[in-house]
Every structure is written in C-alpha cells, then in structure tokens.
Design a protein around this ligand. Structure first.
Ligand code: 8YV
Length: 330
C-alpha cells in the first residue's frame, strides 16, 4: 500500500515527535493557538486515520462519527477524561495515553506548588521586585514548615507515589487514601493508610492525585474543606473538577483553609476575572504539570509509537480500551 496514513495532530509538539510521525505518516499539523474549533476538528478528523489530541480537545461521538477512517485516538496526556472511551470501543477505535513518562515531572510540579504556597514564594518575588524590601523584618512573609509537617495524598497511583517519595526526603509524615490499600507502597514509602475524612483532618498539606471519574467529581467539596485545618494548603495537579471550585474559593476567602496551589481548574483556561485569582493565598499555574522539554518530548514519542502500532495492526503499548484487542482476531 503506497498511500501513507494520515495523522491529524491538534497542536504543535516537540519536533522529535513530529519527525517520528513523519517517518510513517502524512502529518496534518494544527500549528497555532487557539485549539481547533469543533467544525475544524470534525473536518480534519474526517480525513484522518489517526488522531493525536490534547486534553483540551473533547473527543465525543460526533468527532468519532466524522472519523470514517479513524483507527486510533492517541491522547497527549495520561488522563483521558476528554475522550468518550466507551464510544471509541463501540466503533473499534483504539484509545491510547502517555503514562509513566510524566509521573516524576508532575510530582515535581505538585511539590513546586506546595513549596511555593507554603513559603509565599510568589508574593515574595513580587514584594522584592516592587520595592517593598526596605528593611529586613522578622515578621515579613512568614510561611509554614514543610519538613516535619503531615502530607495527605489522595490517590496513591504512580504520581501519588512519586509525591510520597519526595515528601519522605522532606521528612514529612505521609498519610494516604486510595481506592485500594497498597501494603507494598506502605512498606516501601512509609505511608499510612486512612480514610479521606481522617486524612483531611490531620494533614497540613493535601495533594490530589486521582483521575477525574464520576466517583471523584467534586470529591473535595464544602464538607471536606470544612474538615481541613484552617492552616492547611490544598494542592491540585490532577483535574479541576475533582474539587468543587466555588466551595474552594469560598473556603479560601473565609479562612476555612489556609491556601492552595492549583495547576488545574474547573474550566481551562480559567477566566482572568475569576474570583479565585483575586486571592493572595493561592498559587496558580496554567496546567503545566507535565511541561518540561524532556517530558513533552517523551509524551509525543509515546503517542507516535502508539499510533504506529495501530496503523500496522499491532496492539498499541498504551491501550486504554483494553477489551478492544481481547479477541485474537483483532
Ligand atoms: C496535560 C495532563 O495533559 O497527562 C495529563 O493527564 O493533565 C497533562 O500532562 C498536558 O498538558 C498535555 O495535554
């Protein structure tokens, strides 16, 4: 077959990944900001054998119906809550993700937010630049200790465990709650299992590492925030909707909790007018958990290998809808 398969890539990626795709496919690359709009996505998908998409591309029934030739949807992320996986399975379309390669990078980001929030780093930077440092004073910009404090990890999967490893180095006590208790991780990382309630009551820092699913939607709401210490800091590098953002905003405004470090939001991008951004006890980032050159390159290479496998009739290494290849005939 001399006709090259066509891959639609919904945003530019590090060049090595684009080059890898070009070795076996024609690459239809959407180069610019903003993301393709729905009608643009539908048109480009209608021409494509493979789709390499991002978290901000909702891939629903309509998109898949437009993809008459579509065989694989490779998400440039470990999470895949933007994709209707059940619909893809019904249509025999493989869905793949990019696990593992972003674990350490995302854990670094969780710790970056934790440290920045604990030590008022962003306020301190502004203070210094804006000429407020007129004299040293023992009561200026006081934060809270990280070492010796208690960290609560909600979701002890790959990223949650990587955060625990860092926390050990900081001499923290580490609590976790998870769908399944993990005795191996408890032995290796010295983490203690408890209920979400106990974790929220005892932790000085709470870091969220669950995927977004119906069971985790608004897992942290007004009731849960109320259980936290008034000095506690909430870190979220998972998905915005794991937290009830209105309840969080209220809790930060009225001092129910002490602060937050957020990389993810209910709606992304967050509006610059959002009341959350008026609060000085919040450190924010524009969903950059996996944003390093090394990791974004690895994610792109991984997505390219997944696409290549499906187009060659092989089971892709990072298949999400696993039942798709359960019968030997496929
Ligand atoms: C972003 C992420 O997806 O992997 C995930 O689930 O949330 C991040 O890596 C990244 O911005 C690429 O879409």
């Amino acid at each position: 077959n001399s006709v090259r398969p066509r891959v639609f890539v919904t945003r530019d990626m590090p060049q090595p990944a684009i080059d890898r795709l070009k070795e076996f496919a024609y690459v239809d690359l959407w180069p610019a900001f903003p993301a393709p709009e729905k009608h643009e996505l539908l048109y480009h998908v209608s021409q494509a054998d493979a789709l390499l998409c991002m978290l901000s591309d909702p891939i629903d029934e309509e998109v898949m119906a437009a993809g008459k030739k579509l065989r694989v949807i490779a998400n440039y992320a470990v999470g895949y809550d933007n994709i209707d996986v059940a619909a893809a399975t019904r249509r025999n379309i493989a869905v793949t993700n990019t696990p593992d390669v972003l674990t350490e990078t995302t854990a670094d980001m969780a710790f970056t937010l934790l440290m920045a929030a604990a030590r008022n780093l962003i306020a301190a930077d502004r203070f210094t630049r804006d000429g407020f440092w007129i004299a040293w004073h023992p009561l200026v910009l006081l934060g809270h200790d990280v070492s010796g404090a208690t960290l609560g990890i909600v979701g002890l999967g790959r990223i949650g465990q990587a955060v625990a490893r860092r926390a050990r180095g900081f001499g923290m006590r580490i609590l976790y709650t998870s769908r399944h208790r993990n005795p191996a991780a408890e032995a290796e990382l010295g983490v203690e299992y408890c209920s979400l309630e106990e974790l929220l009551q005892q932790s000085d820092y709470v870091s969220l590492h669950t995927p977004l699913m119906p069971e985790t939607h608004h897992l942290i709401g007004a009731k849960e925030l109320q259980l936290m210490k008034p000095t506690a800091i909430l870190i979220n590098t998972s998905r915005g909707n794991v937290v009830d953002q209105e309840a969080l905003t209220a809790a930060l405004q009225d001092g129910t909790i002490g602060g937050a470090g957020l990389d993810v939001f209910k709606e992304e991008p967050i509006s610059p007018d959002d009341p959350l951004l008026e609060l000085s006890n919040v450190v924010v980032a524009p969903h950059i958990g996996s944003a390093t050159i090394e990791t974004r390159t690895k994610m792109g290479m991984m997505a390219a290998e997944n696409i290549k496998a499906v187009l060659e009739g092989r089971r892709p290494p990072n298949l999400v809808n696993k039942d798709l290849y359960s019968s030997p005939s496929k």
